[in-house]
Design a protein around this ligand. Structure first.
Ligand code: SF4
Length: 252
């Protein structure tokens, strides 16, 4: 494992669902090829040189010290902290990242701050013993393992990812699924309803189209496709009493 240090950890964000975020790792072993927006940005600003460099995560070794300094100053301002926008807090089989993420969530919860967690790895069972105000989420865009191998090569297998989420739901945690970037049929042929049925237990679904990929615009009828998908997701959520959010730009 490689390490870096940083000067600050908690950042204000304009994101729709969390007012603060933290990114305690540079890079992400999952190596998504949609492409990954975080990788494109880090490459553009010279923090990462190559795809291989991106896939070799570097932990911010002073994460916990920074949180100890920043939490007392910010705790009355923060509603919730999102982990993470530019990396994955529970990188599949990367134990040091997982341990640092759990320790960070524990510290935030101890100060009365809830966390909004999103991963393509496996949500650890330890989250069951942390604040029930945390929102535990996975990204899920397919059930096709060949597609996963092609597009999110080092992430956790889909069914294992869902099982870890379901366990947390069963012990009373809030759960959610981010279905973004959802692929068009020229990338993978699949039935949206079959995927939705696997996650019918969650509290919330966020659905969004794929961006920054020329295969999408090459697919004739992509606008109608995403309009139909969004309608299906909304109907499914209404049927199951779940919250639903369609990302801006998905419906036209
Ligand atoms: S899991 Fe997220 S941060 Fe990691 S490579 Fe994939 S899209 Fe990028």
């Amino acid at each position: 494992m490689e390490y870096i240090t940083r000067k600050s950890m908690l950042y204000k964000t304009e994101a729709e669902h969390s007012d603060y975020t933290m990114n305690h790792v540079l890079g992400c072993s999952h190596g998504c090829k949609f492409p990954c927006y975080a990788f494109l940005m880090k490459k553009r600003f010279g923090q990462v040189k190559t795809y291989e460099d991106w896939c070799t995560p570097k932990i911010v070794s002073n994460t916990l010290e920074l949180l100890d300094k920043e939490i007392p100053r910010l705790k009355d301002k923060i509603h919730s902290v999102h982990l993470c926008f530019t990396t994955d807090p529970f990188m599949y089989k990367v134990d040091e990242v997982i341990a640092m993420s759990l320790a960070s969530i524990k510290k935030l919860n101890a100060a009365g701050i809830s966390c909004r967690i999103l991963t393509k790895g496996l949500l650890p069972a330890e989250l069951a013993h942390m604040s029930k105000e945390n929102e535990c989420g996975i990204t899920l865009i397919s059930l096709n393992e060949d597609y996963r191998a092609q597009m999110e090569p080092n992430t956790s297998p889909y069914l294992a990812r869902i099982a870890a989420l379901k366990f947390l739901h069963e012990v009373g945690c809030k759960t959610w699924v981010c279905m973004e970037p959802y692929p068009t049929p020229n990338l993978v042929k699949q039935d949206l309803r079959t995927i939705l049925d696997k996650i019918s237990f969650v509290d919330k679904i966020i659905f969004g189209k794929m961006n920054y990929n020329k295969e999408i615009t090459a697919y004739k009828g992509h606008k109608e496709f995403y309009n139909d998908c969004a309608a299906q997701v909304k109907e499914f959520c209404a049927e199951h009493g779940m919250d639903c959010y369609i990302k801006i730009g998905t419906e036209t």
